[in-house]
Write a protein that binds this ligand. Structure first.
Ligand SMILES: NC(=O)c1ccc[n+]([C@@H]2O[C@H](COP(=O)([O-])OP(=O)(O)OC[C@H]3O[C@@H](n4cnc5c(N)ncnc54)[C@H](OP(=O)(O)O)[C@@H]3O)[C@@H](O)[C@H]2O)c1
Length: 252
């Protein structure tokens, strides 16, 4: 049910963290994977690891804010692997933080471009390729921040990630009739380079916000991405799926 045999996937943000773990898991489950991010060397290492494990992957480095890159990823999937079934649009960044009065417009725009406009650009080229195959699964990495929790200093991140949930709902309605499912995945705190803690105390504080009193390993979020990518979630579309260790509901 969770197998991805004969499936072709794009995973963005694959050079690190959640995207890296997901690309490896998708490949283990049989998918052929196009791995995307800016850092070529990290992508090359990932491809080598996947191939050593008898999987198939191709790296294409680029910036998800670039429309030509969004198109090139889909073209590569079609030319080299024969189509596209799954797109895990996961690349993202917290971006500039701080009080809104100190946030330059440029910082706001950069975060919106990285987290939200990239998703629009990805979907624009991914959806038609999926329709060609009779359907597919699109996944966007959102977050609890801006959906269930307001965290001071994170305006642009929260707005961009909440925007992904709106994008998810409209695309799910628009392309459900064509067999394309579209879902948002909302991780809790996850132990990746994005979640650097200034002090051990700040890590303990963030862990304590979660009902499970810890943050996730990227492999745990990857398993939720696999669920949304696979036929195990065949009747799930337009959802905002929490994999957040209870940070959204916890009050202690
Ligand atoms: N870690 C958490 O606590 C947490 C919680 C909720 C949601 N999230 C979300 O989960 C997703 C993955 O984050 P992570 O925690 O795995 O962090 P990470 O390890 O820092 O990974 C971020 C990935 O995004 C890529 N990326 C960033 N900007 C890019 C750009 N302009 N073009 C292409 N690729 C870009 C990075 O690759 P390059 O640097 O090589 O380009 C990297 O592969 C993000 O969307 C993040 O917002 C994370």
């Amino acid at each position: 049910m969770f197998a991805l045999a004969n499936k072709i996937a794009i995973v963005t943000g694959a050079s690190s963290g959640i995207g890296r773990a997901s690309a490896k898991l998708f490949a283990e489950e049989g998918a052929k994977v196009i791995v995307a991010a800016r850092r070529q060397a990290e992508l090359d290492t990932l491809v080598a690891e996947i191939e050593d494990n008898d999987g198939a992957a191709i790296a294409l480095a680029g910036d998800v804010r670039d429309e030509a890159y969004a198109k090139a990823l889909v073209d590569l999937a079609v030319e080299k692997f024969g189509g596209l079934d799954i797109a895990f649009n996961n690349a993202g960044a917290v971006g500039r933080m701080g009080p809104i009065s100190d946030l330059p417009l440029e910082g706001w725009r950069k975060t919106l471009d990285t987290n939200l406009t990239s998703a629009f650009l990805g979907a624009k080229y991914q959806v038609p390729a999926m329709i060609e195959r009779g359907g597919g699964s699109l996944i966007f990495t959102s977050t609890f921040v801006g959906h269930t929790v307001g965290m001071p200093g994170m305006t642009s991140y929260a707005a961009s990630k909440a925007g992904l949930i709106g994008l998810t709902q409209v695309l799910a309605a628009e392309y459900g009739p064509k067999g394309v499912r579209v879902n948002a995945l909302l991780p809790g705190g996850t132990d990746t380079p994005a979640a650097t803690f200034k002090t051990p105390e700040s890590r303990v504080f963030v862990e304590g916000l979660h009902a499970l009193k810890r943050i996730a390993m990227p492999e745990e979020i990857a398993r939720s991405a696999l669920y949304l990518a696979s036929d195990a979630s065949s009747f799930t579309t337009g959802a905002a799926l929490f994999a957040d260790g209870g940070v959204s509901i916890n009050r202690t």
